[in-house]
Design a protein around this ligand. Structure first.
Ligand SMILES: *Cc1c(COP(=O)(O)O)cnc(C)c1O
Length: 383
């Protein structure tokens, strides 16, 4: 079975060496040497000032809200993974959904201001599929209304915007290092901020609020990253450049094949992509279901990220319906993309989706794959 992603496991021997060290030191968790090393290397790799490692990406969001004193309500996107809004709900912050931009699929800055209520204290936006939000427009609104900005950057590992990490934007950005993400630590996450005082407060909150052996500074939680996870992270980090390159190659092949036939996410200008996902928008839901069935018959398992639109969730009512998000969530299918995805599977994905279009519209797509392959050949080497 070809799934939407496959966890990158790195080099087993290298992982074993880290595990040997854990057995030597006996240090399994609580800010051990491997998590410290991972933190330093991630800071350098991502080019960010402070990074606080956490046990997962959901607690990273919750701890960030606590540290920033977010209360009342927050404006957020209905087109994201459920944790973006369930984390708010869990912290007793009421999510207010504002609709998305139909092209970038991110929270539409033009929709935010009308949604702000007297108790609103924050904007919580997701860089959907790694595509940076319109961070300048969002920051301008936040400044005008005295709101904090939290970016759910779970998909944005390594994404640069205007020459620097997009994770440096807003008051705080969070990452998820879950096994399904581009970079992972089995389970894990991180909180990123350029504010040193805030970073210290985040560290405190992640460790029960324990300031030192004899002092507890307020109500914290346990959201520490353990050493086995850190070891996995160190192994995966060594291969991130190849992971990026292989994903980009597959994405380029898909893009060429689907251009003009299927709707795709429009990249935010001045951004670089990490291709953590490859989403396409099919014509409508029935088309999506048909294509998914056809792919499943070929043992290919794409996923519907993100479905359903979060403004439809029972426990978050009442909400105003967010029609763009609802419409898009019915159409988007994320296709398999990961290092080592067999070329044959890529071709099958392309053929199946284009053949479905073919039967629906009776248009000749038979040669599109060849056209796509041709376009990948550098101009100088074409026949
Ligand atoms: C994966 C993900 C999360 C949650 O991260 P976990 O590490 O699984 O808790 C949050 N937001 C988005 C957008 C995600 O994709």
């Amino acid at each position: 079975m070809i799934n939407v992603t496959k966890t990158f496991l790195g080099d087993k021997e290298q992982f074993k060496q880290y595990i040997d060290r854990i057995y030597e030191t006996g240090w399994l968790t609580n800010h051990g040497p491997l998590s410290e090393q991972l933190e330093e290397r991630l800071k350098a790799f991502l080019g960010v000032r402070n990074i606080v490692l956490t046990s997962n990406g959901t607690l990273a969001l919750q701890v960030a809200y606590q540290a920033l004193g977010i209360k009342g309500s927050a404006i957020t996107t209905p087109f994201s993974f459920v944790a973006t809004s369930s984390s708010l709900y869990w912290e007793k912050i009421r999510p207010i959904f504002a609709d998305i931009d139909p092209h970038t699929w991110n929270l539409d800055p033009a929709r935010i201001e009308a949604c702000i209520e007297p108790d609103t204290t924050a904007i919580v936006a997701t860089h959907v599929f790694g595509n940076p939000c319109d961070v300048e427009a969002i920051q301008a609104i936040a400044d005008r209304h005295g709101l904090k900005v939290i970016y759910d950057g779970a998909h944005a590992f390594g994404v640069r915007y205007k020459g620097s990490s997009v994770l440096g934007r807003g008051d705080v950005s969070t990452l998820s290092f879950h096994a399904t993400k581009l970079f992972h630590t089995i389970e894990g996450g991180a909180i990123i901020t350029s504010d040193d005082d805030l970073a210290a407060r985040l560290r405190l909150l992640c460790n029960f609020g324990i300031a030192d052996t004899d002092r507890i500074d307020g109500p914290g939680i346990n959201s520490k990253l353990n050493e086995v996870s850190a070891a996995m992270g160190l192994c995966v980090l060594d291969h991130v450049p190849e992971i990026f390159a292989e994903r980009a190659e597959i994405a380029q092949r898909y893009e060429m094949a689907f251009a003009g036939h299927l709707d795709m996410q429009k990249p935010q200008p001045f951004s670089e992509r990490n291709y953590s996902y490859f989403p396409v928008a099919l014509r409508d839901e029935s088309h999506l279901l048909k294509s998914r069935t056809r792919l499943n018959q070929r043992e290919i398992n794409p996923r519907r990220y993100f479905y359903p639109s979060l403004d439809t969730l029972d426990y978050l009512q009442p909400q105003r319906p967010q029609w763009r998000s609802r419409a898009l969530s019915q159409r988007v299918l994320c296709l398999p993309i990961y290092p080592g995805l067999p070329r044959r599977a890529q071709d099958q994905v392309v053929d199946t989706l284009l053949a479905d279009l073919d039967t629906e519209h009776a248009r000749p797509f038979a040669s599109v794959r060849e056209v796509a392959d041709f376009a990948l050949v550098p101009a100088t080497e074409r026949p």
